[in-house]
Design a protein around this ligand. Structure first.
Ligand SMILES: Nc1ncnc2c1ncn2[C@@H]1O[C@H](COP(=O)(O)OP(=O)(O)OP(=O)(O)O)[C@@H](O)[C@H]1O
Length: 289
């Protein structure tokens, strides 16, 4: 069965702050994140453990509400929606695939019935035919009547992607979709995400530590200490100037210039594009004309 052309949802996040209040103290998980994702594109969020990636995913999914800042998905300011309104709006427009395939599946339903259940009550009319979904994601025919407990970890992850994409969402969020999978299964998941992106036009945002998955996305954004630390477009690493004018240094440079290092930053206007010359300042008299 052929499907109608669908349009992915864009995501714009501005000056997003999130503070968890736990055990009498505050944890600033995000401290001013700006991020834009084009409709229909794919992006991987990278960064060390505790950097704030899952928090950002939860805020975009509407599972947590931001302490400050704005979230716009498509043309909806979702941070302004009340909880009930957010649930209704998200409906079948935004899907979240949790880490670990099995966590996304109802254990007493077959693979096929899990997909049908996820399509039940779909209001946007964008739900694809389950047979198409299974084919795009590469789920073999002989497992569609099995229960989740009878699936391998890799099969459960593929079925979880089918369930996530079952309503034809404009935005698919996937938390560590290749975590603890072998190389073959990782490639199957990447291919499944690519086919879903192509076939449904769905915007895809993944959180990952997996460089193979990251390289397969259109763009990567690295979160560090609750801020956007770097981006990569077509394999080119880029630093991002933060709203307060700070410029995070790439990891390999940071190794040689530890926090607290004094730097001279000078303009070089000799070429067509502005260049900055950055050099450590190490002594008296340096830098004076
Ligand atoms: N429910 C919570 N209550 C209190 N603090 C939290 C909560 N969830 C996360 N944090 C803290 O917020 C910060 C960001 O956590 P988050 O899980 O978003 O990071 P992450 O980049 O996804 O890490 P990982 O890669 O390990 O999943 C961390 O300091 C974490 O301890």
């Amino acid at each position: 069965m052929t499907t109608t052309t669908r349009v992915g949802l864009s995501v714009h996040v501005a000056r997003l702050v999130h503070i968890y209040r736990a055990d009498g103290h505050d944890v600033a998980a995000l401290s001013g994140v700006d991020l834009s994702i084009d409709a229909g594109s794919t992006l991987a969020l990278l960064g060390p453990s505790g950097a704030g990636k899952s928090t950002l995913l939860s805020l975009i999914a509407g599972l947590e509400r931001p302490t400050a800042g704005t979230i716009t998905i498509g043309d909806e300011r979702t941070d302004q929606l009340a909880d009930g309104e957010m649930d209704r709006w998200r409906g079948d427009r935004v899907a979240l695939v949790l880490q670990g395939g099995q966590r996304n599946l109802l254990p007493y339903l077959s693979v096929l019935d899990n997909i049908r259940m996820a399509q039940w009550g779909s209001v946007t009319g964008a739900a694809p035919d389950p047979d198409d979904l299974l084919e795009w994601v590469g789920v073999p025919d002989d497992i569609v009547h099995r229960k989740p407990a009878e699936l391998t970890e890799a099969q459960a992850q593929l079925v979880a992607l089918c369930v996530g994409a079952a309503s034809g969402p404009g935005l698919l969020l996937a938390d560590e979709p290749t975590a603890s999978l072998a190389a073959d299964a990782t490639h199957q998941v990447i291919e499944a995400l690519r086919r879903l992106n192509d076939s449904l036009g769905t915007t895809i945002l993944t959180v990952t530590h997996d460089p193979v998955l990251a390289a397969a996305m259109d763009r990567t954004v690295t979160i560090r200490d609750g801020r956007v630390g770097a981006q990569a477009h077509d394999g080119v690493e880029l630093a991002v100037v933060s709203p307060d004018g700070a410029l995070p240094l790439p990891d390999d440079v940071l190794d040689e210039l530890p926090p607290g290092t004094l730097l001279r930053v000078q303009r070089d206007d000799s070429s067509q594009h502005l260049r900055l010359v950055v050099e450590p300042w190490s002594g008296r008299g340096e830098g004076r004309p």
